[in-house]
Design a protein. Structure first.
Length: 115
């Protein structure tokens, strides 16, 4: 999910395909339905999504919006794991500097998925 398109090998077993499909459907549904809500409503939406997608086993520490599906690990992991290190370039104009954060990585990856 970090960058580029991921593919599912054709020779995977049916169970593997179904598991990945469930994870991707859950992730897509959660973001397709819940992304437009205000921050104050996310905990309420989180409770609904956890009830509906209980078998996906989201970590309990934060809302479902804090995690993405890591295909290699076959589980949801926190977006912070893929935030790149910021390296300051003094030659770059100040207003073109983008400091990678959980928010910028999250929304950049979701936008990449849509293109």
């Amino acid at each position: 999910m970090t960058s580029g398109k991921q593919s599912i090998p054709i020779n995977d077993k049916k169970e593997v395909w179904l598991k990945k499909l469930n994870f991707y459907f859950g992730f897509s549904f959660i973001w397709g339905f819940g992304a437009s809500y205000k921050t104050q409503a996310l905990r309420f939406i989180d409770n609904i999504m956890r009830d509906f997608f209980g078998k996906l086993h989201f970590p309990m520490s934060e809302t479902v919006f804090e995690y993405y599906f890591n295909e290699k690990e076959q589980r949801f992991v926190h977006w912070s794991r893929i935030v790149p290190e910021f390296i300051y370039d003094p030659k770059q104009p100040f207003f073109s500097i983008v400091v990678p954060t959980v928010e910028t990585v999250r929304y950049s990856n979701i936008l990449d998925m849509l293109v």
